[in-house]
Design a protein around this ligand. Structure first.
Ligand SMILES: [Zn+2]
Length: 260
């Protein structure tokens, strides 16, 4: 497998202590805390060199990764976890439910769908709905928002900002590919997953979010945010979170309509 060193989206500081170090295919975020570096997701398996290169180009030492959180148990989000853990000794986090995917109990990692070799491991910390983890002045609240997978986690990340704090958030899985009729039938999954997904979107609607992080860069116009920063503008936007949730529900509706 060819390993690309340089990402097609330059790594950049988004806001405060949050950095983007992924690529156009999938997001990887880094949070620089007083307790070490926290990663949210680790990309496809072929992104290892790119992630290291991106971290170093921003002045970070990959040995300083202390924690790796996973939005869900698909291989494009945990592809480099084992290697990064081996390098840094980082503790790995995933929902208890999706750990059944990464440990191979359930064959739902999407590796078959995209023709990748399976990667099998247990995470160190099995996250439950509402669990909050604190790293210095940064805290990460995990909310279970099933649908894309049964154990998809959304993250609400409180980070220091000037004299106060702001909240950055990521919905951990708005893709409806795994809610398609073909996929549900293929893996014998219940169609009620669609209703559960919708309910999860509604449950997050009232959350106050200052900065939206994309699980994939198209979800929050990551490149547009980079350009905004380059022209000296803030990327904080308190309306974007609701727009993302509406967009996700609309995508689900369109898929259901197209299938009926
Ligand atoms: Zn996924």
């Amino acid at each position: 497998m060819n390993s690309l060193k340089i990402s097609d989206i330059q790594p950049f500081k988004m806001h405060g202590n949050i950095y983007f170090i992924g690529s156009s295919r999938v997001s990887v975020h880094l949070i620089d805390t007083e307790c070490g570096l926290v990663l949210i997701d680790t990309g496809y398996p072929d992104m290892y060199d790119q992630i290291l290169y991106s971290m170093k180009s921003l002045g970070f030492n990959p040995y300083d990764i202390c924690a790796i959180f996973h939005s869900h148990g698909h291989i494009d989000h945990f592809g480099c976890t084992l290697k990064l853990k081996e390098l840094s000794g980082a503790k790995t986090y995933i929902s208890r439910i999706d750990n059944e995917i990464t440990n191979g109990t359930l064959n739902l990692s999407y590796a078959d769908e995209i023709g990748l070799e399976k990667i099998i491991f247990n995470c160190d910390v099995l996250v439950e709905d509402g669990d909050t983890y604190t790293f210095g002045k940064t805290s990460i609240k995990c909310r279970l928002t099933p649908g894309h997978t049964d154990g998809t986690l959304s993250f609400f990340i409180n980070i220091p900002d000037n004299d106060g704090t702001i909240t950055a958030a990521m919905h951990g899985g708005i893709g409806t590919n795994t809610l398609a009729m073909n996929f549900l039938n293929k893996y014998n999954l219940p169609f009620k997953s669609r209703d559960i997904f919708r309910k999860g979107l509604h449950s997050l609607y009232e959350e106050h979010v200052d900065l939206v992080l994309g699980n994939h860069p198209y979800q929050n116009d990551t490149v547009g945010k980079l350009q905004k920063i380059q022209s000296g503008n803030s990327i904080l936007d308190i309306d974007e979170w609701k727009q993302l949730l509406i967009y996700a529900e609309d995508k689900l509706d369109k898929r259901i309509q197209a299938e009926s």
